[in-house]
Ligand binder design. Structure first.
Ligand SMILES: NC(=O)c1ccc[n+]([C@@H]2O[C@H](COP(=O)([O-])OP(=O)(O)OC[C@H]3O[C@@H](n4cnc5c(N)ncnc54)[C@H](OP(=O)(O)O)[C@@H]3O)[C@@H](O)[C@H]2O)c1
Length: 333
């Protein structure tokens, strides 16, 4: 597998997003199936594994910790805090809390769940707008000094917020949604990352399944699937978006790859500081996704695929109004 740098780490050009093994897309796979995917990814040369306190309210970190502990020296471990499950009278709920106390607490919980002494890359999962970014990152920099995390990252922040944070402590990576159908980072964040020497980790690089061209029926979505309320996955909008796929699929075939591989190869060709982290629960999909690292795209192919799928041709916004309120609004400027 080709490699790319993320700060002091050299990681596989394609990492593994572990979220799907415990969270988000309907009924998650069994722990045994999750274990098979993690170990298969490691065997295939993946050396970046991405999890978060939020995913399965700790169960994803516990899975990664249990399975990957014997192999800890072989990969870069990324996790996130500042958005986690908090126990209320009526159950566990997702809470964004970027206060220094919450960051310290989340990190301790993550270290325990992950069965490790140190997390290589620790992200603030969302900027908590009630807390100055300098305060959250200040608390995270204390974690670096204490040896609990090695480097810091931010998720879904604007270029302006990134620069403020970077003035407090070097930011090693920004993780934000980026794919053919979500181009917001092209406004400013990709350039800001390059300017400060940070990597850009592209999450949901397959447009949550859309760009695989295999997920065609939103009526099959489980009630708890996080895609269900997303505007692009509403039955009307998704039907319109599906009309983009025949030309896209034909282009992938012409280029000698699958639609999923075209989506990932496009990201790898956009800039050398981009590292996509697709997520999957299936071994054959994993193999296919990692195969994107060998796909070569000409400038002409890049232009053709970009013209087919972009924010002008896609119908619907990526998030609900509530979720949009939780990301850094300057990001959409
Ligand atoms: N920082 C953040 O706020 C944030 C938010 C979301 C995600 N993330 C991270 O990004 C990672 C990936 O994002 P994601 O899972 O949302 O989106 P994604 O990677 O764009 O898409 C995942 C979906 O695509 C399907 N898929 C993957 N490969 C496929 C293939 N070859 N053929 C057909 N279907 C395929 C998966 O289904 P199967 O299981 O059937 O393969 C799954 O439904 C997550 O695991 C997480 O680590 C971060």
């Amino acid at each position: 597998m080709q490699t790319r740098p993320i700060g002091p780490f050299t990681v596989s050009a394609i990492g593994l997003g572990c979220m799907n093994l415990s969270h988000a897309y309907g009924v998650p796979p069994s722990p045994e199936e999750g274990e098979r995917i993690l170990l298969a990814a490691l065997d295939a040369g993946v050396t970046l594994f991405d999890t978060a306190a939020l995913y399965g309210f700790g169960s994803n970190e516990k899975l990664v910790g249990r399975v990957m502990k014997p192999h800890r020296a072989r990969f870069t471990l990324a996790s996130k805090g500042g958005m986690a499950g908090v126990q209320f009278d009526d159950g566990l709920k997702r809470v964004i809390d970027g206060s220094p106390e919450a960051i310290r607490r989340d990190c301790e919980n993550s270290l325990r769940n992950l069965q490790t002494d140190v997390i290589d890359l620790y992200y603030l999962h969302r900027w908590d707008k009630r807390v100055p970014i300098e305060d959250s990152v200040g608390a995270m920099s204390d974690l670096v000094r204490a040896g609990k995390v090695r480097t810091l990252g931010l998720s879904e922040v604007s270029a302006a917020t990134l620069r403020k944070a970077h003035a407090v402590h070097p930011i090693t990576a920004v993780q934000t949604e980026y794919s053919l159908w979500t181009r917001n980072p092209e406004i400013a964040v990709l350039d800001a990352c390059r300017d400060i020497g940070a990597a850009f980790v592209a999450f949901s690089p397959l447009a949550r399944g859309f760009l695989s061209a295999r997920f065609t029926d939103v009526a099959t979505l489980d009630a708890k699937d996080v895609r269900k309320p997303m505007p692009r996955f509403s039955p009307e909008n998704y039907a319109a978006n599906l009309k983009l796929l025949p030309a896209y699929t034909a282009l992938a075939a012409e280029l000698g790859c699958t639609p999923a591989q075209l989506a990932l190869a496009w990201l790898l060709h956009k800039a050398p500081h981009i590292v996509p982290i697709p997520g999957t629960t299936k071994l054959d999909h994993l193999k296919e996704d990692l195969g994107a690292a060998t796909v070569r795209l000409s400038a002409d192919a890049m232009a053709r695929v970009e013209a087919l799928i972009n924010q002008q041709t896609v119908v619907g916004s990526r998030y609900t109004a509530q979720a949009n309120g939780e990301v850094d609004t300057e990001h959409f400027a």
